[in-house]
Design a protein around this ligand. Structure first.
Ligand SMILES: Cc1ncc(COP(=O)(O)O)c(C=O)c1O
Length: 464
């Protein structure tokens, strides 16, 4: 019996899904878009999620797909039952969908991982012995520390994109590198070197290229075939599928030759007490029971993004980013961080500081007094923050397919209000983080979500 994973009708009517999202100004409908949160003044407001770069909310379509397949869920690969075969087919077809989404070539392989960090650590263990890796100092720690463990040169970025590419060229001519690890988009400023240019330089010098696609793939799309990159890694929870799966996609040979990432069941052909014969990829690096639901969710998100009209994703996020940069940049006392003056098409991540103010306090104010969720800190990119003159951190706003233009306006107004009116509550530092002193809002405890929802419903509502 062959069980296929094709489905006859989509979980959600895609045009309707888009229509509903369009009415609200979002590109695609996400779960929880109408959630209201309690403010410190006793009112509630619709939550503004401007922290998509950290973790993005699930697409409604992804949540519906997960609900649809949960009754079919059973053990994969070695189960004899009918549902095991259905689940296996769903898992394997999800792998193909994910690979297709990033333009995998015929011979490429997709390995389901936990996230980007997991994928890059996996690949680090596959660099042939003695292979050196070249990386720039703008990277997220996930694309820096795994290479430091192997053997990495960390090249300082230069004042412009052009100068940085020139420095890369010189370094690649100086030392024979096995690989260049480059970000597809910085999680701090949204900027990056043009991937095609990096690939050309690296390949000319005999090096491979891995693209950290954590911030690029969900917001721009990406193609291994078109860029010529050798590997790409990305995360489901940043791609509107927060169910614990990510992926590494790329060339098989190093992956097939390397020791299994995890030693365990599923990664082997034959085990004897004294010797193990390991299998080939992808199973070689997927020991243990795989995250079937996570892979299905990620594949669904990939399909939803791939089905968007050409250019819609870029246009939506570019408009939001442009308004953020202009709006925040126009406020006296706000400094928007940029790496280079000649960057091309950064993704929708905008990091700023209110000069002279602790970014943690600004972020706490935005949350408690305006219901806006942003991120503050050094964003797992300590070397870059130091280079950008923000060694103590900054505030980051990041958009996604579920972001409405009103969210961006609310942030700009709130930052302006912070500067003109200032804090209306008393804030203290607790365990290194800014928080409201004697916050009367319910703490989230074991059953805190219900408490929070009940409290939010009981509070006087304000518009918007
Ligand atoms: C550019 C970049 N790379 C890698 C990562 C790590 O992703 P994950 O936490 O999903 O492993 C992140 C997470 O923020 C990121 O922004």
């Amino acid at each position: 019996m062959t069980v296929t994973a094709e489905r006859s009708t989509p979980v959600l009517s895609h045009p309707n899904d888009r229509l509903r999202a369009a009415r609200s100004g979002a590109l695609l409908a996400v779960v929880g878009a109408d959630t209201r949160v309690p403010l410190i003044d006793g009112t509630t407001r619709t939550y503004v999620n401007l922290d998509n770069a950290a973790s993005a909310p699930a697409l409604e379509r992804v949540a519906a797909r997960v609900n649809e397949v949960l009754p079919l869920y059973a053990s994969v690969h070695r189960g004899a039952g009918y549902l095991s075969q259905v689940s296996t087919a769903l898992y394997e077809s999800s792998r193909q969908t994910i690979a297709r989404f990033v333009g995998a070539r015929q011979d490429d392989v997709a390995i389901i991982t936990r996230n980007t960090t997991d994928a890059l650590n996996l690949l680090a263990g596959c660099v042939p012995d003695g292979g050196l890796v070249l990386v720039l100092d703008l990277e997220h720690h996930a694309n820096l520390l795994p290479w430091q463990r192997v053997a990495a040169t960390v090249l300082p970025i230069q004042d412009t994109v052009a100068q940085t590419l020139a420095a890369l060229t010189i370094e690649l001519a100086r030392v024979p590198y096995a690989m260049v690890a480059t970000t597809g988009a910085s999680n701090v400023t949204g900027e990056a070197l043009p991937v095609e240019a990096v690939v050309r330089l690296a390949h000319d010098a005999g090096a491979r290229v891995v693209v950290d696609g954590a911030q690029l793939v969900p917001h721009r799309g990406f193609s291994l075939a078109e860029t010529g990159a050798d590997y790409v890694a990305f995360s489901g929870h940043k791609t509107y599928a927060p169910f614990g799966a990510g992926a590494l996609i790329g060339r098989r040979d190093w992956l097939d030759d390397a020791p299994a990432y995890l030693a365990g069941g599923g990664a082997v052909r034959e085990v004897r007490p004294d010797r193990t014969l390991w299998t080939t990829v992808p199973a070689r690096h997927e020991a243990g029971s795989p995250n079937v639901i996570g892979a299905i969710a990620l594949a669904e998100a990939c399909e939803a993004l791939a089905a968007l009209p050409a250019g819609a994703l870029v246009a939506h996020e570019d408009a939001l980013r442009t308004r953020l940069v202009e709006g925040l940049g126009a406020i006296d006392g706000v400094d928007v961080l940029h790496i280079w003056p000649d960057s091309v098409k950064p993704v929708g991540v905008v990091t700023f500081n209110v000069v002279g103010h602790d970014p943690g306090l600004v972020a706490a104010y935005l949350a408690a007094e305006h219901g806006i969720g942003v991120r503050d800190g050094r964003f797992c990119a300590h070397p870059l923050l130091a280079r950008l003159g923000a060694p103590s951190g900054a505030v980051r706003a990041s958009v996604g397919v579920g972001t409405e233009s009103e969210a961006v306006e609310r942030l700009i107004c709130a930052v302006q209000a912070y500067i003109t009116t200032g804090l209306t509550a008393r804030y203290v530092v607790v365990d290194g983080c800014w928080a409201i002193a004697d916050d009367p809002r319910p703490l989230i405890q074991v059953h805190g979500l219900l408490g929070l929802a009940a409290q939010a419903a009981a509070c006087t509502s304000t518009s918007g």
